[in-house]
Design a protein around this ligand. Sequence first.
Ligand code: DI6
Ligand code: FE
Length: 413
Amino acid sequence: MTADASRATPGAAPSRVWRHARLATFQAGTPWGWIEDGALVTSAERITWVGPDRELPAALAAADETDLHGALVTPGLVDAHTHLVYGGDRAAEFEQRLQGATYEEIARAGGGIRSTVAATRAASDEALFAAAAQRARVLMAEGVTTLEVKSGYGLAEDHEARCLAAARRLAHELPLEVRTTSLAAHALPPEFTGRPDEYIDAACGWLAGQHAAGLVDAVDAFCDTIGFTPAQTQRIFAAARQLGLPVKLHAEQLSDQGGAALAARHGALSCDHLEHLSPDGITAMAAAGTVAVLLPGAYYYLRETRLPPVAALREAGVPMAIATDHNPGSSPALSLVLMLNMACTLFRLTPEEAWRGVTVHAARALGLSDRGRLAAGLRADFAVWDATHPRELAYRFGHAPCRQVVFGGMPRA
Ligand code: DI6
Ligand code: FE
């Protein structure tokens, strides 16, 4: 069951009017979808009216009203790529890297992802959930209302299921929508050393059970030299598509494996990372309508020097999303607002592109068309900021002045 279904009780949230806001609706056609003095009406969990305050229909103005006195309102933020559920941390590995070891060397020596797998397997269900909930709350405090969470640190049927269940539980216990992604093809677990094809067979076999248990919304893989080959990725995708599950891919992060084109051929919702993306990959993504999810936190933290081909993606009309990639090894970031600044400074996105990347395009990367903009009929998920324009949040860093978050029409406590 999705969080949507559990919360769609008519009348659960009353009708409310939010007046005198600076609205960044991200509706297409105008820069930022900007409305200088705007109003927004919600009923239950939906937005029912958005427009200039002076055009607010008199009948609507009578309902429960809040005057925002010119504060900025944006759609609730969507973090479209996280690995939020795991045990332990990798602070010691951070020190090793500062002493000269590379991320790949550590991974090949059995550290890296594998050390988090050991800590995840050793953690109780409750500990996994509590740690993930604590991280989710940090993201939520900066306006996040929808979060994607991948498995991929269990790497055994039961442990993968435990991680996906912890992710689902987040949406039941917090005012937050969670989309879960099965990422069993993240790394080779130790018990399958030297037998990656057998591991992929096993991982393909787990999907039907995860799907039947309602634990999974999409399927991902890590296609790279320290991950899985395109042929192995292809088998995971075939298993996913057979169950009707959409796919996405960690593609072209450390090398060009042709993963983006492979994913696009499977109608992928998104390809993520993409520092080594080729022109052919871009063409394939554009043709398939696949979103490019750029992850400046991982680029920064691994001190990559090769930039994702932002100008070419822009030129080809590929929608770009921005996410934290929160994970213990390559991006221990818990601020999606900080990623706005990093997307601009490191990747040269415009502030508006970065913002569309954490709202409308991020929603699209999750296959969601009912959020990421402020428009009648969409979910009433939005954030109120102590700012006058969203570019201010991309310009500063280390400061995200989120005053209030409304989730499904209900102000969060
Ligand atoms: N690419 C990444 O950057 C993360 N996973 C992946 O496939 C890193 C995960 C980790 O180091 O724990
Ligand atoms: Fe990732």
